[in-house]
Design a protein around this ligand. Structure first.
Ligand SMILES: *[C@@H]1O[C@H](CO)[C@@H](O)[C@H](O)[C@H]1NC(C)=O
Ligand SMILES: *[C@@H]1O[C@H](CO)[C@@H](O)[C@H](O)[C@H]1NC(C)=O
Ligand SMILES: *[C@@H]1O[C@H](CO)[C@@H](O)[C@H](O)[C@H]1NC(C)=O
Ligand SMILES: *[C@@H]1O[C@H](CO)[C@@H](O)[C@H](O)[C@H]1NC(C)=O
Ligand SMILES: *[C@@H]1O[C@H](CO)[C@@H](O)[C@H](O)[C@H]1NC(C)=O
Ligand SMILES: *[C@@H]1O[C@H](CO)[C@@H](O)[C@H](O)[C@H]1NC(C)=O
Ligand SMILES: *[C@@H]1O[C@H](CO)[C@@H](O)[C@H](O)[C@H]1NC(C)=O
Ligand SMILES: *[C@@H]1O[C@H](CO)[C@@H](O)[C@H](O)[C@H]1NC(C)=O
Ligand SMILES: *[C@@H]1O[C@H](CO)[C@@H](O)[C@H](O)[C@H]1NC(C)=O
Ligand SMILES: *[C@@H]1O[C@H](CO)[C@@H](O)[C@H](O)[C@H]1NC(C)=O
Ligand SMILES: *[C@@H]1O[C@H](CO)[C@@H](O)[C@H](O)[C@H]1NC(C)=O
Ligand SMILES: *[C@@H]1O[C@H](CO)[C@@H](O)[C@H](O)[C@H]1NC(C)=O
Length: 840
């Protein structure tokens, strides 16, 4: 008996000795890069990603006595765990036999010393795994079981408490089930806690937003996605250049971060129920929180009750009521009730604007209403509609019934503008905050009449002027002929195979998933644009011209011909084209940041365009245009330069795009061409072009001037709204300039930044005003403009009064208002490209 014990202890001793040695022998090679089928990862081993960004292994949280399998940042000090496998079933501290195994049937499992499964990964694929199947960790933090190009399981579909940049918030629109990010129970206990974040209530008619739940109770929400940023999360925009991007694949809806986000960036739901975004700071050697939510009581879901308005800055009581509502009881937390009921029908109610609020919960998205006027009319026409929002980022959202969870932001550009439906008496009695004016139709009529008369008067002046110039005009007609001839010979060269690579339709189809809706980026003037990826991995934007547009065919050859010959870093690059079957397709390099207007005129995104970025953009556009006008082999007038035709690459460099109506011209650069077809965008068109059809490089200079003023002010030329209705953006800039207050034109979201040189701002406005002068001979050429923008000297010539400095038509600001019979709704938001016939 005694001997038995002695032998046993000797064996145990030997065993320990063996284990000790094997541990040490293996220590240097304890890092694996993959786990093949049938093999495993032991307690002391780690699996690292190829770039050593992430590591997978067993760990014991601070203050815990259990062991878990998790993923952390391999290269960062401290162990920041981003994913835990066996959250609910920990490994006992004394269990030295636990493993992560990839069994022969392809199941990844954490097993204890008795080989019973503590956790396992369910394969989503029905095919049985091949011999090449492995479990591996990627540099974006994804643990996946895959082989033979099939992914059997992926940890991103079963996240813990951390959202990594490569992940997506996912929901199944058929079942309504969404993937949830769940907090740890406590800082030392990874088991699932009370708080979870996800696209909890998303459906195609619900706005895209994330909800934070406490158990099953709503605790906080992000507010609808507006552009790429959540409207209830103003601080996010300051840090997120890239933002979120929704996509739909079958019944799976995914909200992912746009590529380009830093890898060392994460969103965490912490055990106290706080969601935060953190970024690794190299200088501090620690994670820095960019924002945290919920913060104050106003962030708590529906803190003030139905129709309440929570104002965190109100020292008396954060809970108040929406205008036109009164507290149901003494304090606001019970919610509020309407003071004056309104009648049904279009004449019984109107709208009051509430700027800078977190939009209410439970709105309905109307994707088919694509203008503010249409959205407003629909809300007015529906008796149970209580409010609406329209922005380019959210589209039309309407609310029916109670308005819940509204927060008043203090920053002018934070949140969104809500239009609240009220009885006319409540609108008339509005005081304090901004409200929507109601114009009496007769005043409106008078304004339109005056505008028309002015318009005709100007037109007449222009025609007279043209008459006088007609001696020169006749030679221009023959010049036009030569031009078309030049264009023809250009095409012949093209067809001889020089320049433009031809792609076959099948590969373009494959690259865009058969032109799937999910890949669609938008709709251009002549057809839809898709995002795609060539088999080589190159990201592309595919412009597919509408089949039956005869006009499109001409534009197509023009654009293909032109761009193939133009190579400049500030012009969008043509990858190839495709003419097959009935298809006419242009393939461009893909620009991840879309177009300038999406940033410049968006409340939230505008702030990401700091002065330095705007500087790069203005200079880049100027250089691109200079190249078009005089530095390229051809001389080109773009004719449709505007913010939406400036695309931004990943580093926010501007690229001029859309050469659909550009024209080649030859010889003298001050040469003018007359055309009967005036095509372009109202507001950016120079007066001589809009009225007489005359265009030259100076027409582009005019558009550039408008663009500069838009970039400085952050305001749209076509929707500029000034209390003095007689002024448009150019007129307003001119007024401020003459009063020596030019720097007041600066975008308010820029004024907080200290890096702005006010000399530079004033010089830009000066250059902008020089470019939009009425007489084209007074406008500088692009080469002069480039010098002016870059120079420090202030010896620029004084500008004269710009063209169009007073408005001749109603503005979108007025389109905001509602007249009592509904006739004040202006459907014609002038952002569309117009074609007008002009008699010569
Ligand atoms: C664990 O706790 C120690 C001491 O409290 C601390 O120094 C260390 O940073 C903690 N580690 C982690 C990963 O939190
Ligand atoms: C490990 O410890 C637990 C309790 O702490 C005990 O129940 C279990 O038997 C132990 N297992 C081994 C293998 O020692
Ligand atoms: C293995 O199973 C035995 C009996 O069920 C149990 O006592 C022991 O604690 C288990 N060991 C581990 C490591 O779980
Ligand atoms: C795997 O699927 C089974 C049944 O379908 C489920 O009970 C189990 O929780 C799943 N396991 C994991 C790790 O998802
Ligand atoms: C979504 O849910 C439906 C119904 O539960 C299911 O049939 C479908 O397979 C799910 N889709 C995905 C992509 O999981
Ligand atoms: C979550 O809900 C529980 C139970 O209702 C409550 O006690 C707790 O205070 C809530 N936590 C937060 C952060 O709201
Ligand atoms: C995080 O920091 C890196 C560099 O420190 C920076 O490039 C990146 O833009 C930051 N990300 C966010 C979202 O702020
Ligand atoms: C947002 O930013 C402002 C100013 O930078 C700061 O005062 C505020 O606390 C931040 N809010 C949150 C929720 O992080
Ligand atoms: C603060 O709230 C009280 C009560 O709702 C309200 O009467 C008051 O006008 C508010 N103050 C401000 C500055 O909004
Ligand atoms: C306008 O309102 C009045 C009562 O307020 C109602 O009698 C009338 O029918 C309404 N007119 C229209 C066109 O809705
Ligand atoms: C818009 O779509 C809704 C349903 O989604 C429909 O009821 C409504 O009639 C449509 N409106 C228009 C103007 O097409
Ligand atoms: C509506 O009017 C407000 C000013 O009253 C203006 O700031 C806003 O841009 C207008 N909205 C649209 C879509 O024109």
């Amino acid at each position: 008996m005694v001997r038995n014990i002695a032998i046993e202890s000797l064996l145990v001793c030997l065993l320990h000795y063996f284990i000790f040695f094997s541990v040490h022998l293996r220590y240097s090679s304890a890092q694996k890069t993959s786990i093949p089928l049938g093999q495993s990862l032991k307690l002391n081993e780690t699996l690292v990603s190829p770039g050593n960004v992430f590591a997978l292994g067993f760990f014991t949280p601070n203050g815990s006595s259990f062991v878990y399998l998790g993923i952390w940042y391999a290269a960062l000090p401290g162990r920041t765990v981003v994913w835990v496998a066996n959250r609910a079933n920990p490994i006992q501290a004394n269990d030295s036999g636990a493993l992560l195994t990839l069994s022969l049937d392809g199941t990844l499992a954490v097993v204890d010393g008795n080989t019973s499964r503590l956790w396992y990964a369910n394969s989503s694929s029905s095919t049985s795994p091949g011999n090449d199947t492995t479990a591996a960790l990627s540099d974006d933090g994804r643990l996946a079981v895959s082989g033979n190009q099939v992914t059997y399981w992926d940890s991103f579909g079963d996240p813990s408490d951390t959202f990594l940049p490569a992940m997506g918030f996912i929901t199944n629109t058929t079942s309504g089930k969404s993937v949830q990010w769940t907090s740890w129970a406590s800082v030392s206990d990874p088991s699932p806690g009370r708080f979870s974040l996800g696209l909890t209530r998303y459906s195609p008619t619900n706005p895209i937003q994330l909800y934070l739940l406490n158990g099953s109770a709503l605790l906080w929400r992000t507010g609808p996605l507006s552009g790429r940023i959540f409207s209830g999360l103003p601080n996010m925009s300051i840090f997120s250049i890239y933002g979120f991007n929704p996509s739909q694949n079958g019944d799976e809806f995914t909200l992912g971060l746009n590529s380009g986000s830093s890898r060392l960036n994460r969103f965490v739901v912490d055990p106290a129920g706080v969601v935060k975004q953190s970024n690794w700071s190299e200088t501090a050697g620690a994670w820095v929180d960019l924002w945290k939510q919920p913060g104050g009581p106003c962030d708590r879901y529906n803190w003030c009750g139905s129709f309440g308005l929570c104002d965190p800055l109100n020292a008396t009581d954060v809970c108040g009521c929406l205008p036109g509502f009164e507290a149901r009881s003494g304090t606001g937390r019970d919610g509020c009730v309407r003071r004056t009921q309104f009648g049904c029908g279009t004449n019984g109610s109107g709208f009051r604007s509430l700027p800078s609020v977190k939009p209410p919960d439970q709105g309905t998205v109307f994707a088919n209403l694509s203008s503010q006027a249409a959205c407003q009319a629909a809300c007015l026409g529906n008796c149970s509609c209580t409010a609406y929002i329209y922005t380019s980022g959210t589209g039309c959202i309407m609310w029916f019934g109670d308005l819940l969870d509204i927060l008043q932001f203090s920053g002018e550009t934070d949140g969104l503008e809500l239009f609240l439906k009220l009885a006319p008496s409540e609108i008339a009695g509005a005081h304090g905050r901004k409200y929507v004016k109601i114009y009496v139709p007769s005043i409106l009529g008078a304004v339109i009449l005056v505008a028309c008369i002015f318009c005709l008067w100007r037109q007449k002046g222009r025609l007279n002027e043209l008459w006088k110039r007609n001696g020169v005009g006749s030679s221009m007609v023959s010049y036009m002929g030569t031009l078309d001839h030049v264009a023809e010979s250009g095409r012949r060269v093209e067809e001889n195979g020089e320049g433009l690579p031809l792609l076959d339709l099948a590969s373009v189809r494959a690259a865009t998933n058969g032109f799937s809706l999910a890949n669609k980026l938008g709709e251009g003037g002549f057809g839809p644009v898709y995002r795609g990826k060539l088999s080589g991995g190159q990201e592309i934007a595919v412009k597919r011209l509408s089949r039956n547009s005869g006009q499109g065919a001409q534009e197509f050859m023009n654009e293909a011909r032109l761009i193939a010959k133009l190579q400049h870093r500030n012009l969008v690059k043509l990858v190839g084209c495709c003419v097959e079957e009935d298809e006419k397709i242009l393939v461009y390099e893909y620009m991840p940041n879309k177009s300038l207007d999406a940033f410049l005129f968006d409340e939230a995104l505008g702030r990401e365009l700091d002065w330095e970025r705007r500087y790069t953009i203005v200079l880049g556009i100027a250089r691109g245009l200079l190249y078009l006008h005089q530095d390229s082999r051809l001389r080109v007038v773009h004719r449709d330069l505007k913010a939406s035709n400036i695309l931004l690459d990943a580093a926010m460099n501007p690229k001029i795009s859309d050469f659909g109506i550009a024209r080649i011209f030859g010889g003298d650069q001050t040469q003018e061409i007359n055309t009967i077809r005036v095509v372009g965008t109202y507001g950016y068109m120079s007066p001589e072009y809009a009225m007489e059809g005359r265009f030259s490089i100076k027409s582009d200079v005019f558009s550039f001037g408008v663009l500069v003023l838009e970039i400085v002010s952050g305001k749209r030329m076509t929707r500029f709204h000034h209390p003095d209705l007689s002024l448009n953006l150019l007129g307003y800039a001119w007024k401020l300039w003459n009063e020596g207050r030019a720097q007041e034109l600066l975008d308010p979201s820029l004024t907080a930044s200290s890096v702005i040189s006010s000399d530079q701002v004033v010089r830009w406005i000066h250059v902008g005003l020089l470019c939009v002068q009425d007489d084209e001979t007074d406008r500088p050429t692009m080469s002069t403009v480039v010098v002016m923008l870059g120079s420090e000297a202030s010896n620029l010539p004084p500008p004269s009064m710009p063209a169009y400095s007073s408005r001749r038509r109603r503005t979108a600001g007025e389109a905001n208002s509602t007249s009592t019979d509904g006739s004040g709704i202006d459907q014609s938001v002038n952002l569309v490209t117009i074609t007008a016939m002009e008699a010569r």
